[in-house]
Design a binder for this molecule. Structure first.
Ligand SMILES: [Zn+2]
Length: 287
């Protein structure tokens, strides 16, 4: 599943290509994604220019010239491909997941511009496209979302207040999108390792210095992952054909039974399941 750093990379690649470009036509071959694509979708986007491409959490947001918004969520297996009308490119995928070139099947949405087409491919169809009519609808859509981990709103005062009296474990809190947006399972594991916090620790017992570590390392881990081009366990190439390297930088994720990499720690990484999600941590240095 694409996590925030991957979505950020897709957003940047997409923005480079489509900002200020006019949508000529939309072709939909399957409307049944996670949510059914709205009836007026094609009509509403045709002829509009894209004035901005932004991201909130794992959502890509296209701003149209009439200030309608198109939300894109890649779900579990969604990829965006850029297909040049004139020359055949070696790599079309704007993300690191799945096929580097456009697959033959499951191309559900085609957004045509004058010289190229952006194609949405999604074998499992958990992703979606949704049109929002104005800024108010956009705001409403994210009203229950917590601040992004990399934003200044994810700060001491906010975290302290939110974790006060919380009886669930800290790992589930980090994955709770109403508490903080955009931290997925891989990065929750990594952030807790850097912060030396045991993932099963009850949230209300998280101390002052631990909150400060969570703030620091949430930003550091995610920003580093963005810098290294996102991460993926599988098939890992971006649109320019450069390998993303962040998976080589995981400190705990997927390192079961290996030695803890922290200096002066003799612990081994153990794997447990918390709410059905794989959790890796060092039994010695994460308290
Ligand atoms: Zn350790």
């Amino acid at each position: 599943m694409p996590e925030l750093p991957e979505v950020e990379i897709v957003k940047r690649s997409l923005k480079n290509k489509v900002k200020y470009k006019k949508i000529k036509k939309i072709i939909i071959s399957n409307r049944n994604l996670r949510f059914k694509i709205q009836k007026n979708f094609e009509k509403s986007l045709k002829g509009k220019s894209i004035v901005n491409v932004s991201r909130f959490s794992k959502y890509i947001i296209l701003t149209l010239d009439n200030y309608n918004y198109c939300l894109i969520h890649l779900g579990m297996s969604g990829t965006l491909h850029l297909v040049n009308s004139k020359k055949k490119e070696k790599i079309t995928n704007l993300s690191f997941y799945h096929s580097k070139i456009l697959p033959k099947k499951h191309n559900h949405i085609k957004i045509k511009f004058s010289n190229f087409t952006v194609v949405y491919n999604d074998p499992r169809r958990f992703g979606f496209f949704k049109l929002l009519k104005n800024k108010k609808e956009l705001k409403k859509y994210f009203i229950r979302s917590g601040p992004e981990a990399i934003s200044s709103k994810f700060n001491f005062k906010y975290i302290k207040y939110k974790l006060l009296n919380k009886k669930k474990n800290i790992k589930n809190c980090l994955l709770d999108q109403t508490f903080v947006s955009g931290i997925g399972n891989i990065y929750a594991n990594e952030i807790l390792f850097y912060s030396k916090i045991n993932p099963t620790k009850i949230a209300k017992k998280i101390g002052i210095s631990e909150i400060n570590k969570l703030i620091k390392y949430s930003k550091q881990v995610l920003n580093l992952a963005i810098k290294f081009g996102g991460s993926s366990i599988r098939d890992f190439k971006n649109a320019k054909g450069v390998s993303g390297l962040f998976q080589n930088k995981f400190k705990v994720y997927d390192r079961e039974n290996k030695n803890c990499i922290r200096k002066n720690c003799n612990g081994k990484i153990i794997k447990i399941f918390i709410s059905n999600r794989a959790s890796f941590f060092c039994e010695f240095c994460q308290k």
